[in-house]
Ligand binder design. Structure first.
Ligand code: C2E
Ligand code: CA
Ligand code: CA
Ligand code: CA
Length: 275
């Protein structure tokens, strides 16, 4: 066992070193990325299944690294959270997204992702209020997407923050629903407007019985609690038809469109205006 242990150690040590080095390097670069203007927002259409047309966009952050190319948000957002960069970065996202969305047709809403760390920041409400005021975007057009990880913290504070945000007139969506720490009691206690069914369930809903049942239950739960439901990660017509048949309100995914740069927004609106 000892020999095996040593063998394994030798084998893995350089690999661990490399990933640690990559992380350190990303961390250093990330600290400068904002000043160097390396971030941009892409937008993915949200599609209203009842009206059968596009109803808005979700802003998705992109980091154009000068040497590595596009670094996916799943790789740099956790680092930004750890090193305390997520709040300024999230503020930049909100400001930029609101500025851009105010130029769209007024029936287009804007969904913005909010990290749990950012959500817990005492200044977060001011940041949202300021972004709305500076851009003059109507709060009714803004939807903040939070994940179940916000509930890991003090739930009284979480609840107070949610109420203050809602008092501004904006909506709150619970993202990646079903993948996290969720307890159904959260749904009773917290004022969500929307449940976003995670793409893992959407992917399997046409294949496995378990996912199909979960999707059906989430949609009916949403309905009975007065919440809108949206299915993310729709890639096939089959998945789309399934979600429509189940009574899901909105859909989003590669079938409609990949996330696009802001310059392609007008074309997407035209393209997806009618079925
Ligand atoms: P998310 O909020 O769940 O966003 C959906 C992700 O699924 C996006 O990945 C999107 O490009 C991808 N996606 C959309 N349609 C499909 C589809 O049909 N199939 C598949 N397989 N994927 C699809 P992306 O842009 O790489 O973002 C990953 C995650 O990074 C997001 O997941 C979100 O948690 C986070 N993120 C992105 N932008 C921001 C941001 O501005 N702030 C914060 N805090 N997090 C962000
Ligand atoms: Ca999201
Ligand atoms: Ca999601
Ligand atoms: Ca996610």
């Amino acid at each position: 066992a000892k020999m095996e242990g040593r063998g394994t150690w030798r084998f893995f040590e350089p690999a661990m070193d490399a990933s640690l080095q990559r992380r350190r390097a990303l961390e250093l670069d990330l600290r400068e990325a904002m000043a160097k203007d390396e971030f941009s927002l892409f937008y993915q259409p949200l599609y209203d299944l009842n009206l059968d047309r596009i109803c808005g966009f979700e802003a998705l952050l992109r980091w154009h690294h000068p040497k590595r190319g596009l670094v996916p948000p799943d790789q740099f957002i956790p680092i930004a959270e750890e090193i305390g960069l997520i709040c300024p970065l999230g503020e930049w996202v909100l400001n930029r997204a609101c500025e851009q969305a105010v130029t769209w047709p007024s029936e287009m809403k804007l969904a913005v992702n909010v990290s749990a760390v950012q959500f817990r920041d005492p200044d977060f409400i001011d940041v949202v209020v300021n972004a709305l005021a500076a851009s003059k975007l109507s709060p009714r057009r803004l939807e903040l997407e939070i994940t179940e990880s916000v509930f890991l913290a003090n739930s009284n504070e979480t609840l107070a923050t949610l109420h203050k945000l809602k008092a501004q007139g904006l909506r709150i969506a619970l993202d990646d629903f079903g993948t996290g720490y969720s307890s159904l009691s959260y749904l009773r206690s917290f004022p969500f407007d929307k449940l976003k069914i995670d793409k893992s369930f959407v992917r399997d809903a046409t294949a496995t019985h378990g996912s199909k049942s979960i999707v059906r239950a989430v949609i009916s739960l949403g309905k009975s609690l007065g919440m809108t439901t949206i299915a993310e990660g729709i890639e096939t017509v089959e998945q789309l038809n399934h979600m429509r048949a189940e009574g899901c309100n909105e859909a989003q995914g590669f079938l409609f469109s990949h996330p696009v740069p802001v310059t392609e927004i007008a074309a997407k609106i035209l393209e997806l205006r009618n079925g």
